[in-house]
Design a protein. Structure first.
Length: 125
């Protein structure tokens, strides 16, 4: 599980630096397709990797701008003074997307491995 988690964290981090937010889904899908050994491993590693990444990025950006954005978004949503709650919501939403994408990647892997070659369906007489 650690290998799947670390590779997911690494690839999603790289994709988030150079591309848009939704690229985390194909990255998590690919890593689970290649490395996950079970559904549980795929979902947990995808969820935790993206949750940790997005929560830490939100905290880092909040510290960099002295909490101005978190305060304004909190006021907009009516949850003033609950910036840590906003970080957890952001992390949870990202983790949910990462976990679901990882689950799909593992399911694609199981479908691919379960396919039999076309010649196996025919018996030679």
């Amino acid at each position: 599980m650690l290998k799947t988690f670390l590779f997911t964290l690494l690839l999603v981090s790289i994709m988030q630096i150079f591309s848009v937010w939704w690229t985390l889904a194909p990255a998590a899908l690919l890593i689970s397709f290649l490395f996950a050994k079970s559904e549980k491993e795929a979902v947990l590693s995808g969820f935790l990797a993206v949750f940790i990444l997005w929560t830490s990025l939100a905290l880092f950006r909040d510290v960099a701008n002295a909490g101005i954005i978190a305060t304004r978004i909190g006021a907009l949503l009516g949850v003033q003074g609950l910036a840590p709650f906003l970080f957890l919501i952001s992390g949870f939403l990202g983790g949910l997307i990462g976990g679901l994408a990882s689950y799909v990647g593992f399911q694609l892997k199981t479908v691919r491995e379960a396919k039999t070659p076309p010649s196996a369906h025919y018996q030679h007489q």
